[in-house]
Design a protein around this ligand. Structure first.
Ligand code: PHE
Length: 492
């Protein structure tokens, strides 16, 4: 309709001088006229020139005074014609902003005497501000000095209006020709195609967005954290085994066989194959010894250690099972080639027989880091944790003494969460016990500092997801995965 109105008008007129006026005359929305002009311009039906107009319009405050009167007049009218009113009394009649402006303007105009008592100094006043605002509202012109004073009081602002003047273009025609966009079977059968005019190809047009794969937020987070570890000089441990023996998952970590975590209520044991095929026998013997009667300065647990318990296969309950394998390997290598310090990390899936709720699933991901070197102390651990978490954007850390069977001392890690306004637990850490490291065969002064956390936790915090089932599992909304932003946490 807008398009036809423009073309028809130009058939008999030289020019549309102002698209705004033209839109008003035709009763068509100006935005629609502008779109039609742009489209006709593109096909050279018309030529157009920009018109910019600046007009003053009322701000919200201006609109309010235009309706209710200026604060100074409101104030003046609230002061009795004879006698006076206590300032406190007067103040109660107004909202604080109006009262403040009213007092200062009425005072400046010498309309009232301001003291603890307020009285009128003139008999009558005119609401010039309101009159000026009403004029502007009606589109009438007012003097520059008045404009300046209203502008200074932020009652009016300049608004730029954009429109066009339009003339015939080189391809002008009173009707827009319709071009065919597709060559159809009917066109071919009827012979239409001989007469049809086809729309030219627009090689600059954007095609529809192509479908492609999207990374899950957990994978993006995993990538970020891998990058952080690599920047800090850590090597990735091979985590490609969900099935682990109880030996590497628990016994090697000095976790006693009657520990509650080793119960089927907490751990998924495998039916087939239910036991492991192979363990390093001499090392198994040393682990048995340290559990039963200690050694290396430890008293051990004083119970009868059972091989059958260690043989049981399970779904690993933590990636620390991988750390124990890797440290064992490193200790063997040390015996042959001498000791080399190592920094290892892993990020992979672990399994626990948990009741599923909004913060727990039976499978989740763990991030684990460890440093193995001579003479490491708790101070080193704290320093490394501060560095690591700072790169994840968490700089305010606190540590709380904790207990793990395989670390001593152990510390829970807390970070202050600005959004939640409280300290949240973000990980667990500690120094691996001599009862774990010595049977592996490390020299006595080699220490291992280590920490672990879930991958889900920082991801949920970062993506503002409060139910873990919305992040992982069959209920995940695919749109969340398609639209989730790249994860750029404070990597430094
Ligand atoms: N394995 C611990 C857990 O599952 C994390 C941890 C790793 C703690 C390394 C201390 C040292 O919570």
């Amino acid at each position: 309709m807008a398009e036809q109105a423009i073309l028809s008008y130009l058939e008999t007129h030289e020019e549309i001088a102002d698209s705004g006026n033209f839109a008003a005359e035709c009763g068509i929305d100006h935005a629609e006229i502008v779109n039609a002009i742009k489209s006709l311009h593109g096909f050279l039906y018309v030529e157009s020139q920009d018109i910019k107009k600046e007009t003053w319009v009322l701000t919200d405050e201006g609109k309010r005074y235009a309706a209710e009167g200026s604060p100074e007049v409101q104030l003046f009218l609230a002061v009795p014609a004879e006698g006076s009113i206590a300032k406190d009394e007067l103040q109660k009649k107004f909202d604080p902003a109006i009262f403040k402006i009213g007092c200062s303007q009425a005072g400046k105009n010498k309309w009232v005497e301001m003291g603890r008592q307020v009285s009128r100094k003139v008999v009558q006043v005119e609401d010039k501000v309101k009159d000026l605002l009403l004029k502007i509202q009606k589109g009438q012109v007012i003097g520059q000095a008045d404009i300046n004073s209203l502008k200074a009081r932020k009652l009016i602002v300049l608004q730029t209006w954009k429109g066009y003047s339009v003339r015939k273009g080189p391809s002008y025609a009173p009707q827009r020709e319709k071009f065919a966009t597709d060559l159809t079977r009917e066109n071919l059968q009827s012979g239409d195609w001989k007469k049809l005019k086809f729309k030219e190809y627009n090689f600059n047009a954007k095609g529809p967005p192509s479908e492609c794969g999207h990374l899950h937020p957990l994978n993006k987070m995993k990538d970020c954290i891998k990058r952080i570890f690599r920047m800090m000089g850590f090597e990735e441990m091979p985590t490609n085994r969900y099935v682990e023996s109880s030996f590497w998952n628990f016994d090697a970590l000095f976790q006693p066989q009657q520990h509650p975590a080793r119960d089927s209520h907490d751990t998924f044991f495998l039916k087939t194959p239910s036991t492991t095929m192979q363990l390093p026998e001499d090392y198994v013997e040393r682990v048995k010894q340290v559990h039963e009667s200690g050694g290396y300065g430890s008293r051990g647990y004083n119970y009868e250690w059972k091989r059958e318990e260690a043989n049981k296969n399970l779904l690993r309950t933590h990636t620390t099972a991988i750390s124990s394998r890797m440290l064992y390997k490193l200790a063997q290598d040390t015996k042959q080639n001498g000791f080399t310090p190592k920094k290892y990390f892993s990020i992979d899936r672990v399994f626990r027989n948990e009741a599923v709720d909004r913060t727990h699933l039976a499978e989740f991901h763990q991030i684990e880091g460890l440093i193995c070197d001579r003479g490491l102390t708790l101070g080193h651990l704290i320093g490394v944790l501060e560095d690591f978490f700072k790169r994840l954007g968490m700089s305010n850390l606190r540590f709380k003494p904790a207990y793990n069977p395989y670390t001593e001392p152990s510390m829970e890690i807390f970070s202050y969460h600005e959004g939640f306004g409280k300290w949240v637990e973000i990980g667990n850490s500690g120094m691996f016990r001599p009862e774990m490291l010595q049977p592996m065969g490390f020299p006595e002064d080699v220490r291992v500092i280590a920490w672990g956390l879930s991958l889900e936790r920082p991801t949920m915090i970062l993506y503002g997801i409060d139910n873990i089932r919305d992040l992982f599992g069959h209920r995940v909304d695919l749109d969340l995965i398609k639209k989730s932003p790249l994860c750029l946490i404070g990597i430094k």
